[in-house]
Design a protein around this ligand. Structure first.
Ligand SMILES: Cc1ncc(COP(=O)(O)O)c(C=O)c1O
Length: 481
């Protein structure tokens, strides 16, 4: 062996080891990072919740990767160009769309997950990591009301979780390409658009999609559902799947899940519930009653990055009968032969499209373990009461509420005595966005422009809601002047 080869390897080893800092270097970097995180968190309430400036800022698009940088410089770059523009999603003033979370303990969980870099895809590779993920599936499944024999997977979010559910349903019901054009999926106009995407990605674009009628509060009309299924069957079509909401994005509507489950059972269609937004409210007794029937669904989606206040990137799909999930996703490969036959743990890779994946369970397991379930229940309950408070206050200001909120989303608008109500509310939202102190968003309900209040950030408290009410009052007065 030539000495040159060994010398070259050693030289490269020295340079490559920059990627693996020693204890002192790690300590310095961690301290810088800690200072940055603390400063960011302490600025949260001073900073606006929405900043419209900065969309033209190209500094990060043109990042120079050719040279190494110092961590303080890098953090400064982020502070200047990443942190501020757009929605301040970590702030309690984020009351638009469906707010995500960002628990500090979840960041600590990610830190552990990333430093240990445990391979959470396959039980053989890390029984501990996989047991952590499976314990979370078990906990969530039992909370929903599943008993035994169910399975699930931690996904990157609600969209992929819905995709996994639709794919599982397709295979469980034996839907074949030759019949796609006769196969019917029932959903409503309140379904999140990711459900439509999931149907397309699962190859079911050619299926007949029925948007079942809604009642006055945007919930699926079960009589219309049943009638439509019967008519479709008589017409030679193949009713396959009904997709219901446990908290719609637009207005927070909960479909009549129990009644839907009866129809689904009688008509032999797969029942799926999208609880990406509302699912974790099932932890609370009153909301569990409202969602009665969710436990009878064949599959359910929940988003811990919404209802469990985790940072973006964590959804859950549950399937009532594990074997359906395995039928859709389990595969074998020659090079994986050593991993087979290791008993007592379901491998996430056998119940999802992913093989290598982030050990995302750690960011949920750690906060739950550190704080316990009750803290999460109280936080969700607080959001419901804040929603009630907000609803009462805006009615006093003269706003019209589309429906009494079932969860923590309120759709509302102001109807001026003169002029177009849609234009008025649109202008009001523009003023709110220019102001930016608290962030809200809007939606369109059958051509009616409405404002939305979506309260789900663990950092949203009474003071934020009061600030929002103050802003609405201020801008409303200005517009009415
Ligand atoms: C009801 C509902 N379903 C699905 C989704 C999509 O989830 P994600 O953004 O996690 O992919 C959302 C997102 O807001 C939602 O509210």
């Amino acid at each position: 062996m030539s000495q040159t080869l060994v010398d070259n390897i050693k030289a490269l080893e020295q340079s490559a080891s920059t990627l693996d800092p020693n204890a002192e270097e790690r300590n310095d970097a961690t301290q810088s990072l800690q200072r940055y995180a603390d400063a960011f968190l302490s600025r949260l309430d001073e900073n606006k919740s929405f900043i419209q400036d900065g969309y033209q800022d190209e500094a990060l698009s043109n990042t120079d990767f050719s040279q190494a940088s110092n961590i303080e410089e890098v953090l400064h770059l982020l502070e200047q160009h990443m942190e501020l523009p757009g929605i301040n999603t970590a702030s309690g003033g984020h009351l638009g769309y469906i707010p995500g979370g960002g628990l500090y303990a979840a960041a600590m969980g990610d830190y552990i997950a990333d430093v240990t870099n445990k391979y959470a895809g396959v039980f053989y590779a890390s029984p501990g990591a996989v047991r952590i993920e499976n314990a979370l599936i078990e906990w969530t499944g039992k909370m929903v009301g599943y008993k035994q024999g169910f399975g699930g997977n931690l996904t990157s979010g609600g969209s992929i979780a819905n995709l996994v559910a639709v794919t599982t349903a397709r295979d469980a019901k034996g839907i074949k390409a030759i019949n796609f054009h006769r196969t019917v999926i029932y959903t409503t106009l309140q379904a999140h658009h990711c459900v439509d995407k999931a149907i397309i990605i699962a190859g079911l674009r050619e299926c007949v999609i029925r948007k079942v009628a809604l009642d006055d509060c945007y919930r699926m009309d079960v009589i219309a559902l049943e009638q439509q299924i019967k008519e479709d069957r008589q017409a030679g079509l193949l009713p396959f799947m009904v997709i219901a909401n446990a908290g719609s994005t637009d207005v927070g509507a909960i479909d009549p899940l129990h009644a839907i489950s009866k129809v689904a059972k009688e008509q032999d269609v797969w029942m799926h519930v999208d609880g990406a937004y509302g699912g974790y409210f099932v932890m609370l007794n009153e909301q569990k009653q409202k969602m009665k029937g969710i436990e009878l669904a064949d599959s359910v989606v929940l988003d811990p990055h919404k209802g469990m206040f985790l940072p973006y990137g964590t959804g859950i799909v549950l399937v009532k009968q594990l074997h359906h999930l395995q039928n859709a996703f389990a595969y074998e490969a020659n090079y994986m032969q050593d991993t087979e036959g290791v008993a007592s743990g379901i491998s996430p890779a056998d119940v999802s499209p992913e093989l290598s994946k982030h050990f995302r369970g750690m960011r949920m397991w750690l906060p739950l373990k550190l704080y316990g379930e009750q803290a999460f229940k109280d936080c969700l309950q607080e959001k419901l009461l804040l929603t009630q408070y907000f609803t009462e206050k805006i009615k006093e200001l003269g706003f019209e509420v589309v429906c009494e909120p079932e969860l923590s989303v309120v759709a509302y608008r102001y109807v001026p005595e003169m002029g177009d109500a849609n234009e008025f509310n649109k202008t009001l939202l523009e003023k709110m966005h220019e102001d930016g102190e608290i962030f809200i968003s809007s939606t369109n309900l059958n051509g009616t422009y409405v404002l939305r209040f979506a309260c789900l950030s663990f950092r949203t408290h009474l003071s934020h809601v009061d600030r929002l009410i103050g802003m609405l009052e201020r801008h409303l007065k200005e517009l009415l002047r």
